[in-house]
Ligand binder design. Structure first.
Ligand SMILES: Nc1nc2c(c(=O)[nH]1)N[C@H]1C(S)=C(S)[C@@H](COP(=O)(O)OP(=O)(O)OC[C@H]3O[C@@H](n4cnc5c(=O)[nH]c(N)nc54)[C@H](O)[C@@H]3O)O[C@H]1N2
Ligand SMILES: Nc1nc2c(c(=O)[nH]1)N[C@H]1C(S)=C(S)[C@@H](COP(=O)(O)OP(=O)(O)OC[C@H]3O[C@@H](n4cnc5c(=O)[nH]c(N)nc54)[C@H](O)[C@@H]3O)O[C@H]1N2
Ligand SMILES: [Mo]
Length: 750
């Protein structure tokens, strides 16, 4: 037996963080994975792997795709025969050109795919080649932060709203609002929250579920009805305003749209937020009692929360991205920012500005951009509509031309070719699986689909050409922090690609050769040469970085420690000398841009509560009385690791239900139930728990879609129940807004 060798590398999944992996390799195989210990006294966030990280080898080396294949059955049926790489490349190159010539560049689309979140990866490379070859239909938004990233610039003029996590130790109160970093990681935020807890800082969690973070931090849990968060922020604001607990000085110096004195010219001043709270126009005061009836939170709890938040200065109200994956998710984000501004918690250490919380203190490495000659973009969540009937889509559906969105913009046609490289959002991760499958099964719509993946996923089954990709253990790469962190990661492989699998760059180079674009595409570089060039470019901007060969074997380079950073510190201290990067130079509570805009559905210029399409005000609630939400579970990274038995045990797939709701339906814990609505159904065990609010239900997102012969999902895949309806302003995903009914079923067999 060979002596054990330890290879240092870093995770590159879209799992909310980055971890240092120590691969214990013997005889060419990973025997086990260890990680850097979490020193509770560390000055910087440790890059400690979670349960997923230390089980990666058990995910990535089983049931792999090993040869290129072409479809032989109907699309989606999953019938394939092996082909040579030569045939795969020939077919891709010829379809690529045929579709460009027949339908134009805007018919070619590279789908959102985050299986690899490394710097040098399939989707970015495919876009590079398409851009050199006439162009492609690009997308904006993500499945992660569509609403929050779209709408925060309306208020702050930027998405860079994050402070460094060490500042949380200066808070006097921390509110985690639809935020569950115990499972979602957020670059080690729990490390700082645990310190805050030890320091005695009170922590409150607002979530329809008493989530793992609430348990781990022994935090106070306030259960809220899904999709009603903006009513809670309105009710809190009413109390803070009418009891004069707000930061008058900050509001008058730094904000726009709270009061009549700070409203745009030519706009009726009674359209301001305080008048909305007082019901000047609609006769409804947005009192805590009003908010209580909507949110299901007792009135006294709302009042107490409002008082605590307004008086505990500084206080950090941190929203996760869960609540903004709701219908009108925009309003949740805006409500959070509004509260921070109302209480003067912006720009001070221990406060929190809200928004996506992006922070970047070092330059990031990236593939050099090639300009895309095709100037159309769609919001990513509407891709299935663009595949179905793209020619009907306009600016009102979010289509942009040269970055501008107006009702006159028309998408020239539908998507005809899809490249899905390292993603499962063709089926499993997109809204409304049954609808999407019907669209993709129709070969007269999308004519050609290429998928590169490691496994036979639900999306892979819809490929015309299915290619075996390589995992993080089979190639070099560079990796950036998921969101917050002052380091750069290096991926060091342990073995050659499994079977005939290939990294996307290798076969894209061959496609480029067929197109006569090899030189322009590759610049004659191998992957290793590209990584070195990208790193050297970064090193020019960040001279602190050591030479590549020196840093790489460590798996990480940590930049020298930086002092704590507070977003908007200068703006809040002196908004005249340092205006916020908005039109008014202030935090915009009232949005003139929205007020003047044209939309296909109602969009409010204020951060107020709007019930939303599939929610408490939907008449369908009579038939489907339960509000189902999803969450990102610790056992998976989206759909990845679903088949890893070691991780399955961490959180067996089930639907959470409140004891009263279960009792009313005669359900017992552990029994197989049918969760259904008009879009689909899934059969899975029920977990009866008072960790979820009454009237709510929850299924963790990401489980593998597994239809039985009758077309009913048996995998616990939440996306058979979700819709593809986008939010009104951002056109973001609404995958946490789902009305369902749940019933017992004796039909547990296949
Ligand atoms: N383990 C794990 N971690 C991950 C990922 C993963 O797949 N697995 N994915 C990563 C990625 S790409 C992303 S974008 C992030 C996602 O991060 P988030 O979007 O923040 O994660 P979610 O779990 O969807 O939602 C957070 C919490 O919001 C709650 N929630 C849902 N609806 C509502 C609502 O209407 N109101 C309120 N108040 N709360 C609500 C959920 O119960 C959940 O506890 O996570 C990252 N981290
Ligand atoms: N209902 C519901 N749906 C959701 C969400 C939700 O909260 N609720 N969350 C949304 C969010 S935030 C996100 S970010 C998306 C994520 O959507 P996706 O990016 O589609 O996420 P994954 O399921 O992780 O798909 C990654 C795929 O890449 C493959 N893969 C992994 N590593 C590699 C590699 O190195 N090379 C190649 N070629 N393939 C690889 C994996 O096998 C997997 O099939 O899902 C969204 N979908
Ligand atoms: Mo995400």
């Amino acid at each position: 037996m060979e002596k054990e060798q330890i290879i240092h590398t870093m995770g590159m999944g879209n799992c909310g963080g980055r971890c240092l992996l120590h691969l214990h390799v013997q005889d060419g195989q990973i025997r086990r994975i260890s990680t850097e210990p979490a020193d509770p006294h560390a000055a910087e966030t440790p890059l400690t792997a979670c349960a997923r990280g230390i089980h990666y080898h058990q995910t990535f080396f089983r049931d792999r795709l090993t040869t290129p294949m072409k479809r032989v059955g109907k699309r989606g049926e999953g019938k394939f025969v092996p082909i040579s790489w030569e045939e795969a490349v020939d077919t891709i190159a010829s379809e690529w050109v045929r579709i460009r010539d027949q339908y134009g560049p805007a018919s070619r689309y590279v789908h959102y795919a985050t299986g690899s979140s490394a710097v040098f990866r399939g989707p970015g490379l495919a876009k590079r080649l398409l851009a050199l070859d006439g162009g492609f239909l690009d997308f904006y938004n993500s499945y992660s932060t569509a609403c929050v990233s779209y709408v925060t610039p309306y208020m702050y003029g930027t998405n860079m709203t994050g402070s460094s996590y060490d500042t949380l130790l200066n808070a006097k109160l921390i509110i985690l609002w639809g935020h569950n970093p115990a499972e979602t990681v957020f670059d080690g935020q729990m490390f700082w929250l645990k310190k805050a807890k030890e320091k005695g800082i009170p922590i409150v969690v607002i979530d329809p579920r008493k989530n793992d973070t609430a348990l781990k931090l022994d935090a106070e849990w306030i259960g809220i009805r899904p999709g009603t968060d903006a009513a809670l922020s309105d009710g809190m604001a009413w109390w803070i305003y009418t009891r004069e607990l707000y930061d008058r000085d900050f509001v008058s110096r730094c904000t726009f749209g709270f009061d009549r004195e700070h409203m745009p010219d030519g706009v009726d001043p009674t359209l301001c937020y305080f008048d909305y709270l007082m019901g000047t126009r609609d006769g409804v005061e947005k009192t805590p009692a009003w908010a209580s009836a909507i949110t299901g939170i007792p009135e006294e709890t709302i009042i107490r929360l409002a008082e605590r938040y307004a008086s505990a200065r500084p206080a950090a109200l941190i929203q996760g991205y869960g609540p903004q994956r709701q219908e009108n998710g925009e309003q949740v984000t805006r409500g959070g920012i509004m509260l921070a501004a109302l209480t003067g918690n912006v720009g001070i250490s221990g406060g929190w500005a809200g928004g996506p919380g992006y922070i970047q203190r070092h330059e990031q490495p990236h593939l050099p951009r090639v300009e895309n000659p095709c100037k159309y973009e769609i919001p990513v969540f509407s891709w299935s509509r663009a595949a179905d009937c793209g020619e009907k889509m306009t600016g009102l559906d979010g289509v942009t031309f040269e970055g501008k969105r107006s009702p006159e913009v028309h998408l020239p046609g539908s998507i005809k070719m899809i490249l899905n490289l390292g993603g499962n959002a063709l089926i499993n991760q997109h809204g409304n699986i049954n609808e999407t499958a019907r669209i993709l099964q129709d070969e007269s719509k999308v004519e050609f689909i290429v998928v590169s993946d490691l496994f036979m996923t639900a999306s892979a089954k819809f490929a015309d050409i299915l290619l075996p990709g390589t995992s993080l253990f089979e190639g070099d790469n560079l990796v950036t922090p998921w969101m917050a962190g002052d380091f750069i990661g290096f991926i060091n492989p342990v073995c050659k690609p499994v079977g005939e699998s290939r990294f996307e760059y290798d076969w894209l180079c061959e496609v480029a050769k067929k197109l006569g674009l090899y030189e322009a595409f590759s610049l004659g570089r191998t992957t290793d040469e590209w990584l070195r060039a990208i790193y050297e470019e970064l090193r020019r901007q960040e001279p602190e970085l050591p030479p590549y060969d020196e840093a790489k074997p460590n798996g990480v380079y940590r930049y020298k420690p930086l002092p704590p950073y507070v977003a908007f510190a200068e703006e809040a201290a002196d908004p005249v000398a340092h205006p916020f990067p908005t039109e008014s130079g202030r935090i915009e509570i009232f949005s003139r841009k929205i007020y003047d805009g044209t939309f296909s559905e109602y969009v409010s210029p204020l951060p107020n509560f709007i019930p939303g399409r599939e929610g408490i005000a939907d008449p369908a609630i009579a038939r489907y009385p339960l509000q189902l939400i999803g969450w990102h579970t610790k056992r998976r990274c989206h759909s990845v690791h679903d088949k890893n038995p070691a991780l399955a045990a961490l959180d067996p797939q089930c639907v959470w239900m409140h004891p009263e709701d279960a009792k009313a339906r005669g359900l017992a814990d552990g029994m197989t139930v049918r969760v259904y609505n008009d879009r689909g159904e899934t059969l899975l065990p029920v977990k009866i728990t008072d960790r979820i609010v009454r009237g709510g239900a929850a299924i963790s997102q990401g489980a593998w879609y597994a239809p039985d012969r009758k077309g009913r999902d048996r995998g616990g895949s939440i996306n058979v129940l979700t819709s593809s309806h986008p939010t009104p302003l951002s056109h973001g995903n609404t995958q946490h807004s789902i009305l369902v009914e749940i019933e017992g079923t004796s039909d547990a067999g296949l």
